[in-house]
Design a protein around this ligand. Structure first.
Ligand code: GLA
Length: 378
């Protein structure tokens, strides 16, 4: 898309994210280990002298709305990521937004589990904050973006994606405590391994409804446990030994979910330690365990993801592999010996095509800074 820019424009680059470990535990108050990546959404913003707003996405098309009128949820799914954020900003800073143009161009595949949605939300939030000089803090922008997803899109997501997209740093992982939002930056030192994503190119439509169901199941587990143990405010805080005493009191599925959450939180803390000690093989083993838990206990995987992880397991050059993100499709994240990356991509693509008749795509990722405004290009 060709865009004419001038000096008053704001250009925002908003990254996708990976998550090394700590899946489905952000909304349970657990620890996660994500990073912003070098694949981004680029957005151009320009003020207008009336109240009309026009948002034009290279891939999805354009829509308009009037900033002076109450914003409604749209029937066109993707528009809600933008509208939800604008609505949140209007509420946080009443009367401060005017009309604007926004043009969006994305390198992030949709439905791949690398947070193209959070990249869009946080990019809009950052762009409008800077364009209208609103002075919202990063934490406010994160919260506005997260609530856009709850209120306009309908997914009751946790905070991980928006936090990683906003706070990410080049060559760092974020060890984030989702209960307190305290975080620590950890060096990414994986040599001789590379981080390779394999995109199943399936996105089963269960994703959003099952996501919300998992959340409810975890809330159910917590409310039963809290009757005896009021000291636990989040499910991730409950030790596995305590969860085990609820085998008979929780329904089979709810018990399995709780077990996964407690184990995954412990695994994430252990993983951060192993990475800091340079034990990448030890960390890789935890990735495989996480996949097993997500597939069997939490039931958010699918045959395509399981197939790719099983394939990786038999290859000593792939030290870790698991599904990443919400599940039901999207990518696996793999730690692969540098010299084996091409061979792995080839053999995984062939085997996947043979099994499912779907083309696999791969993305070699590096970590990068979170959302940022750059000078306008001319
Ligand atoms: C999605 C959500 C996140 C998180 C992950 C699973 O990406 O947006 O908040 O729950 O799934 O870890």
């Amino acid at each position: 898309m060709t865009i004419n820019t001038n000096e008053s424009d704001i250009i925002v680059k908003s990254p996708g994210r990976i998550n090394l470990i700590g899946e489905h535990i952000d909304y349970n108050g657990g620890h996660v280990l994500p990073a912003a990546i070098d694949r981004k959404v680029t957005m151009w913003f320009r003020k207008k002298d009336n109240s009309l707003c026009r948002v034009n996405s290279e891939d999805e098309g354009a829509f308009t709305f009037d900033i002076k009128k109450p914003l409604q949820i749209s029937d066109t799914h993707w528009e809600n990521y933008v509208l939800g954020v604008v609505d949140g900003i209007v509420k946080a800073r009443p009367g401060k937004l005017g009309g604007f143009d926004c043009v969006i161009s994305s390198e992030l595949p949709i439905g791949a589990g690398i947070s193209s949605s959070a990249a869009l939300e946080c990019g809009v939030a950052k762009g409008l904050n800077d364009l209208f000089d609103l002075g919202l803090s990063n934490l406010e922008l994160i919260e506005i973006s997260r609530m856009a997803e709850h209120n306009f899109v309908g997914t009751k997501c946790g905070v991980m994606d928006q936090f990683a997209v906003t706070m990410g740093k080049r060559k760092k992982l974020l060890l984030l405590n989702c209960e307190t939002l305290d975080y620590k930056l950890i060096d990414v030192e994986f040599a001789p391994y590379k981080i390779l994503l394999l995109n199943t190119n399936v996105s089963h439509n269960l994703a959003s409804s099952e996501y919300n169901t998992r959340r409810e199941e975890c809330e159910q587990a917590l409310s039963v446990i809290q009757k005896d143990h009021p000291q636990y405010s989040f499910l991730a805080d409950v030790p596995e030994s305590v969860i085990e005493t609820y085998k008979e009191k929780l329904s089979g599925k709810v018990y399995q979910r709780a077990l996964f959450v407690s184990r995954e939180n412990a695994r994430t803390l252990k993983a951060a330690e192993l990475i800091q000690n340079g034990d990448i093989k030890g960390f890789g083993k935890l990735m495989y365990q996480t996949h097993e838990g997500l597939s069997k206990n939490y039931e958010v995987s699918c045959p395509e993801l399981d197939f790719l992880v099983d394939l990786a397991k038999d290859l000593p050059q792939v030290v870790g592999s698991r599904m990443m993100g919400g599940g039901f499709g999207g990518c696996t994240i793999n730690l692969v010996e540098e010299g084996f990356v091409n061979e792995f991509m080839d053999l995984a693509s062939k085997a996947y095509k043979e099994k499912f008749d779907i083309n696999l795509t791969s993305i070699l990722v590096a970590t990068s800074n979170g959302v940022e405004t750059i000078n306008s290009e001319s």
